[in-house]
Each structure stands twice: as structure tokens, then as C-alpha cells.
Design a protein around this ligand. Sequence first.
Ligand SMILES: [Mn+2]
Length: 476
Amino acid sequence: MTTAWSMGPGTYEVPLSLFAKNRERLAEKLKNGQIVVLQGGDSINHYDTDVEYVFRQESYFTWICGVREPGCYFALDVSTKKGHLFVPRLPDEYEVWMGKLLTCQQFKEIYGVEEVHYVDELQEILKQLNPELLLTLSGPNTDSGLTAKEAVFEGIDEFKVDNEILFPIIAELRVIKTPEEIEVMRYICKTSSDAHKKVMLYAKPGRMEYQCESVFLDHCYRIGGCRHVSYTCICGSGDNAAVLHYGHAAAPNCKMMHDGDMCLFDMGGNYAGYAADITCSFPANGKFTEDQKLIYEAVLAGRDAVFREARPGVKWPDMHLVANRAMLEHLKQGGLLIGDVEDMIAAGVNGVLQPHGLGHLLGLDVHDVGGYLSSCPERPAGPLARLRTARVLLAGMVLTVEPGCYFIPKLLDKAQNDPAQARFFNWEVVNRFRGFGGVRIEDDVLITENGIEDLTSVPRTVTEIEEFMADGANFK
Ligand SMILES: [Mn+2]
């Protein structure tokens, strides 16, 4: 019997008990007579061709069983607590192209589930289990605006089906990580941190942004066994560092890094479905100018303030403001801003410099589910509406803390033309920073019983970064 999954020597052994525990937690919240039915992801072709994207499993499906193949279903019978995996019955000739096809018995051993059948037996097996109610998954993803894909199969209309009960329960369970899940996240954060450190040592004027991306991908995959990263790598240098989602098709990390550029690299690996999401900002040449140091340390002050105050019971919007206040105060001391910090926040100056929220839940999705469940505080109106959650922190949550300060031409122009905001900026100084780009510092943190644990491990202070980039030879 297999007890764990890994990508081989040196990579993390994910215990199958992680998924069994998730099923147990879910069954505890449901009633006898109910059967959960989830449909896994399908393989997707590139347009009309026979080339497929590298498969990524749907996240709820990973959470419940860890199955990595496309075209599967999973049923959890609450009465017996048994898991039933349904795999596609592939034609014999597939063996020629895909290698030996696994038997149901082999699937059972690989994934440690109680029963395995073929998808074409789904209706029959469910009938035998004689459920009072099938629970399918349907609910909004409040980050994308899309909806979880509800299981459908031939003959489902012969059952009584409810698609509302399951979603809030399973989404909430995903928010609180088990010790087993935390260990996987610790691994992917460590792997991604090491990859960032390699990039910092590689980066220098004359090299291309995408070459840095490549170093990151190489470390995550070759050393960490990560076939995927969690999102498209953002490798902005110079003024590109102010483009929040740089790296897209029209701007594929294709600028040369120059002497005097700040780099803002936001990249995170993915292992067993679990995501890291880390940003490092540093000077391309390894040595901060006074201006770069000012902006960097303002953002770092915001991050450190959150690290001091985040713990169970505090509200995430309050943490956002804690970070903003510390950053604005630092920028005021540095001569960039003028006036009272609370007045600045009332006028929306924080949103000019950091147009995004402080961070988000992290897990099987990089913007993880559960930010705005119906049982949680609603999305704030006004300037805090961009926050991906307004929840009160709980032990076992994993979130990103990612304050930033950017010089985005469009937002600066708007502020300069708005008397209510313009009066807080020392424009002579601010205009010197046009073209500077920006700084973001993003850590992945676990909320513990009395504070936080930082799962990220990269050089963070100005001194740490300069020393590391000057002499990282000890880093392996
Ligand atoms: Mn993030």
C-alpha cells in the first residue's frame, strides 16, 4: 500500500493521510444519508489541435482525494465515511501511447481510497449506496467571479440533488489548514524562497527579465519537483515594476535589466496542488540608492507592522490599514508626503501608492477560496473594496502579506489633478520617482495561536539583500 506521494528523492513526501483527513473533516460536518459527488478536471486541448495543456487538477478535487488524473469523479459516502473514486475506462489501445493502463486495484493503492470503479459505473454504484441526497458543489469564486463546476453525469436526474449545502462547508474547511497541509505549504514556500534567492544571485544589469524567470522555474522544477508554478511569473524591472500584472502575453518579461533598475519579482511554485506566492524587490545591481532604500524601507515598515500585529481575532482590513499607515509615515519622514497620515488615508492617498489589498488567503489556489463566504464579513465598500477578504483571522489560516508602493503614471496624474489628494504629495520629490517602478514585499504566513509564522525565507532588509547579492556564495 502506498502511503505517500512525491516527485522522488529530495522532494516532499505528501502523506495520503492528508486527503483522508480532509474527507474525515468533511464527513463530520454532513449527515448520514448524504453523498458528496465531485467531478474532477478534464484535459483541455489547445484550440482545435490534439495538443493538450499540461493537466492541472481542480482544487476541490485535489483537496478531497489528491487524484492527479483528468476525467475522474469522487463520491464520499457520509454514512460509511468511505471514499469512492471513479476513473475513466480507457480503451486498450491507449497502452500503445500512454503506457500500461492502471487497474482499479492499482488506483486504490496509489491514492489510498476505499473503493475504485469506472466512471461508466457511477450511476449504478450510487444507486447501490442508496443515498437520501447527493451533494454537489456550486458556488461563487469571489476572486474570479466564476463558479465552481458542478458534477454532472448521465442519470443524475434519478437522484435527489442539492447544490447549496456543500459549498460553504467545504470552502470553509479549505480556509483552515491541517498540520499535514501546513507541512506541504512549508515545503513549497521553502522551495520558492530558495528559487527567489537563486534569481537574486543571477540577476544583474545586462540580463533579461525572462532569464530570471527561467532560473526560478528551473529551481522549482529541477530541485523542488514542481511541475507547475502557481501563476504566471511577474518579473518587472525598472518602470515595469509598477505594472501590477506584468508578465502577460503582451509584456512577457522581455526587458533587459539596467544599472539603477529596481526589480520586482513575484513568483511562486506549486507542489501537490499547494501554492506559494512570494515577491522579492531588489536593485538589479545589488546596491540600493538612497531613493530605492527610502521606498523599500517604507514598504518593509508596513510589512513589519503587520507581522507585529497579526494574530487570531484581528480583522484583515485593519491589518491593511496598519500596513498603509506605517508606509505613509515612513514616506512622510522621507520627504515624499506632507501632512497628517490619517488625513492622507481619509483622502485615499494610500490607494494611489498601493492600489491593491494587503494580501489574500493562500492554499490550493493562489487566491484561495473562502474570502467572502456568506458567514463572513462582506466586502467593504469604498477604498477597501479591493481586499480579497475582510475576515477576522483564525489560527490555521495561511495568507500572503504583500504591501507595496508603486509609481503608476495614471494614478499619479489623477492624484496631481485632484486637489483633495494633491496637497499631501511633495511633487518636486514625487516627480523624481516617475519611472522608478515600484516595490512589493510579499511573504506567505501562517496564523498561529498567538501571532504569525513566516513560511517565507529570503533576504528582507536592505543590509540582508546587499550582503546576499554581494556574497551569496554560501548559498546552495
Ligand atoms: Mn499574492
